[in-house]
Write a protein that binds this ligand. Structure first.
Ligand SMILES: NC(=O)c1ccc[n+]([C@@H]2O[C@H](COP(=O)([O-])OP(=O)(O)OC[C@H]3O[C@@H](n4cnc5c(N)ncnc54)[C@H](OP(=O)(O)O)[C@@H]3O)[C@@H](O)[C@H]2O)c1
Length: 260
């Protein structure tokens, strides 16, 4: 062991290939910009191809390496094709930020539609299950990697307004921990983050359906404000980096203290 400190100005994710789902806006788009600025070659995935392409153009203009791949998390074949595309582009995968999700129509348990329950299962749970397994297979071929799944503060408690969403996020926490234990010896770390209220279109949609929700969330946050998407992406960047080399199976709150 040496006490030398490496003072070279190297990015947190320099040299890593990172796939980001839900990268067309919000937290995923912020992550794409941040991870690229930290030296990663990023592959951006979502359904909105035009929005992805705009971010790719922006990252490349700043000297970064970025590509887009269209994916629908409700469609397992499209997830597998997206990871195949990463392999085609880069030959390996070092990090995956499984972040895409849909919000349900806000409302109580007995008013939530079957369609919403199906979509929450397919996109917010099964999509990540499929993504993690194909990502891990590619990571294994390269000797290991790191996965971060975006859950929610809603996974930790009752969700009277988003019951199916909260249930699928809790299920996601379960497979995050299980995958960490299952794949630890294969050099794959798996962690989750649980954002609290974050200023994105998802919250705008909730506010439109339930006026006043932003104010209610804000007063429940000890830091006194919602998170900016970049502040959530920062935690994912660290968890994906080698600086978090001994962290796996953790579900890390990024909520300004709201869960404390
Ligand atoms: N904002 C918050 O307060 C908050 C709080 C806790 C947790 N979260 C979580 O944070 C993550 C990011 O959310 P956000 O706030 O950034 O929301 P957002 O602005 O609504 O972004 C959601 C992203 O997910 C993608 N997506 C949705 N359905 C998809 C599908 N079927 N296939 C592929 N991609 C899909 C969207 O892209 P396309 O529509 O282009 O496909 C978009 O890029 C989510 O997991 C969310 O549950 C957010």
């Amino acid at each position: 062991m040496t006490n030398n400190i490496d003072i070279a100005p190297i990015g947190l994710l320099t040299g890593k290939v990172v796939l980001i789902t839900g990268a067309s806006r919000g937290i995923g788009a912020a992550a794409a910009r941040l991870f690229a600025s930290e030296g990663a070659a990023v592959v951006l995935a979502a359904r909105s191809t035009d929005a992805l392409q705009r971010i790719v153009t922006e990252v490349r203009a700043d000297g970064g390496v970025a590509d887009a791949v269209t994916v629908d998390l409700a469609d397992r074949a499209s997830i597998r094709a997206a990871v195949d595309r990463v392999e085609e582009l880069h030959g390996r995968l070092d990090g995956a930020f499984n972040n895409g999700a849909a919000i349900q129509q806000p409302g109580p348990l007995d008013m939530t539609s079957d369609e919403d329950v199906e979509e929450q299962f397919a996109v917010n749970f099964r999509g990540h299950w499929t993504a993690m397994t194909v990502e891990a297979a590619l990571m294994r071929r390269g000797g290991g990697g790191a996965i971060v799944n975006t859950s929610s503060i809603g996974s930790r408690r009752a969700n009277p307004e988003l019951p199916a969403y909260g249930a699928m996020k809790r299920a996601l926490d379960s497979i995050t921990e299980t995958a960490a234990v299952t794949w630890g010896r294969q050099g794959i770390r798996v962690n989750g983050i649980t954002p609290g209220g974050t200023a994105t279109e998802m919250i705008d949609a909730w506010e439109a359906a339930s006026p006043g929700v932003v104010e209610r969330l804000t007063v429940s946050i000890p830091l006194g404000r919602m998170a900016e998407p970049r502040e959530v992406a920062e935690v994912a960047a660290w968890l994906l980096s080698d600086r978090a080399s001994m962290v796996t199976g953790a579900i890390v709150p990024v909520d300004g203290g709201a869960g404390a």
